[in-house]
Design a protein around this ligand. Structure first.
Ligand code: NAD
Length: 494
């Protein structure tokens, strides 16, 4: 959360794509609408790019990689990304208004959507400048006698970046800036519900930086085929994707014929194991707030709360008391914590999953529908479901709404088994008065990250990603930078 003083009010972003250094509309002039989820009002439009536009963008990125010195001129990349950082700082409040307009994120919650990613640009510029691209690993025994082995880190090539709508500006930055600094060229395809977080980035790159034509391209479209074209194009070397597991599978399949490298950040269904010795008044209000903070539209949200049977009703009461008092409403209003869902479709999906939970025996403690006092906007009541069957649809599918599913358990072993009973493995949480016990449990969770006693695992210097069907590879940290590099081993005389 951040304490921001901004001019509020809806703001339309740039309609244009960036292809080969030119801000442009699609040839037909076709546009698609962008809706503010808080008012259901059409605020403006974006150009409706086509597969042909995507093919031109990939061609430009290929040419920029193969024919300019971008891939091997670290100092120039540092210069350009430092310019980008400074330009984003200048444009910060405009970006914030655009994010609130198209995502419906409460303005007071935009720190992680806007401020943090801008700082990441500076981080990657400096990290990539200091990185040792030629590592001497010393003398090795080989089949042909002793040799000195050097590892040269080469950029992968043309990187296609496909992003979702829940934290669009953050993910547009997270998926493009590290690869650019590593020497790749990029084609970004933002989600159709949030095109302006992408077009504004394109505009800023074109108007306020020296990033050469073709190095960074943005193609927006209302059609999924345009993202599909990017993920299948043989001229693309790598896809970095954040979105649903279903789309991730399709992208991996599309890239298989040309054996594309892939970094996949997919869905989640994380569990929070609350031990019987935990301080309930500390961990449960926070768990309830997190469920509502981004209207539940967070991949890492621990949406399954595992409560010990011995303190089950006590835990439910604390969760309910917090969820009942979540300030919900107009994202521009000060103090609002929960805004709307992104769209009518998403709201209906959330309500459908709540209904399926009730049908499979879950008890509604609070919420379960839409708020009467907010008839306009895609709002869903904070919803607490108790006695959820761990195998039921609502316990297994990602809801992406302000819904907590509470499941009772008896022993730590039971809790670990329930937490791991998922196709997903993105994150998790453990709360206990005994840090060692919590750590033992955390080590048994089959996930990419775990919060222990409210200490976040998330930060630019530590790897982040999913196991099982929550993803492939990691962002952030040294490992995350190297994801956008290939290792070339060079043998030479000792
Ligand atoms: P989505 O998968 O529907 O769409 C994501 C992007 O993929 C969009 O840009 C969309 O246009 C594009 N796309 C759709 N079909 C495509 C295809 N066949 N080929 C190529 N591109 C295609 O996801 P969403 O609804 O926008 O986002 C919500 C999902 O994102 C949730 O599952 C959430 O968990 C996940 N997410 C994961 C992380 C993470 O770090 N693991 C972070 C944020 C969101």
């Amino acid at each position: 959360m951040t304490d921001v003083q901004v001019e509020t009010g809806l703001l339309a972003g740039d309609q244009r794509m960036l292809i080969d250094g030119e801000l442009q509309h699609t040839a037909s002039g076709a546009l698609f609408d962008v809706v503010h989820p808080g008012s259901e009002q059409v605020v403006g439009q974006a150009t409706d790019g086509t597969v042909a536009d995507m093919e031109r963008a990939v061609g430009a990125a290929r040419r920029a990689f193969d024919e300019t010195d971008w891939s091997h001129n670290v100092e120039f990349r540092y210069h350009c990304l430092t310019q980008l950082y400074e330009a984003l700082v200048r444009n910060k409040e405009r970006i914030r208004r655009i994010v609130v307009t198209e995502v419906g994120c409460p303005v007071s919650m935009t720190g992680s959507q806007v401020d943090s990613p801008i700082e990441e640009v500076k981080h990657w510029a400096e990290y990539g400048r200091a990185f040792n691209y030629l590592e001497d690993t010393g003398v090795h025994e080989t089949v042909m006698g002793q040799a000195r082995h050097l590892i040269h880190y080469d950029p992968v090539g043309v990187v296609g970046a496909i992003t979702p709508w829940n934290v669009p500006f953050y993910l547009n930055i997270a998926e493009t800036v590290a690869p650019l600094m590593a020497g790749n060229t990029v084609v970004l395809k933002p989600a159709q519900w949030t095109p302006w977080s992408g077009t504004e980035l394109g505009r800023i790159v074109a108007e306020e930086t020296d990033i050469p034509a073709g190095v960074f391209n943005v193609v927006v479209s209302n059609a999924n085929e345009v993202g599909a074209a990017l993920s299948a194009d043989p001229r693309v070397d790598m896809i970095t994707f954040t979105g649903s597991t279903a789309t991730g599978r399709a992208i991996l399949a599309a890239g298989a014929p040309t054996v594309k490298k892939a970094l996949m950040e997919l869905g989640g269904k994380s569990a929070h194991i609350v031990c019987d010795d935990a301080d309930f008044t500390a961990c449960l209000p926070m768990a309830a707030m997190m469920a509502c903070a981004m209207s539940g539209q967070s991949c890492i949200l621990p949406s399954r709360i595992l409560l010990p049977r011995s303190r089950y009703e006590e835990g439910l009461a604390i969760l309910a008391a917090t969820m009942e008092n979540i300030p919900m409403g107009d994202p521009w209003q000060e103090g609002i914590m929960q805004g709307p869902q992104i769209s009518e479709t998403q709201r209906n999906k959330v309500l459908g999953l709540i209904r399926s939970g009730i049908d499979s025996g879950a008890r509604v403690i609070i919420g379960g529908g839409t708020p009467e006092n907010l008839p306009t906007g895609y709002y869903v009541q904070p919803t607490l479901l108790a006695d959820v069957d761990p195998d039921s649809q609502v316990a297994q599918e990602e809801i992406f709404g302000p819904v907590l599913c509470v499941i009772p358990y008896d022993t730590d072993e039971d809790a670990i088994a329930i937490a791991n009973n998922s196709i997903y493995g993105l994150s998790g949480e453990v709360s206990s008065a005994d840090n060692d016990r919590a750590l033992r449990i955390a080590q048994r969770l089959r996930t990419g990250s775990v919060t222990v006693n409210s200490k976040s695992f998330f930060g630019i210097t530590s790897p982040f990603g999913g196991t099982k069907q929550s993803g492939l590879g990691r962002r952030n940290g040294d490992f995350g930078f190297k994801e956008y590099l290939e290792m070339k081993t060079i043998g030479q005389p000792v």
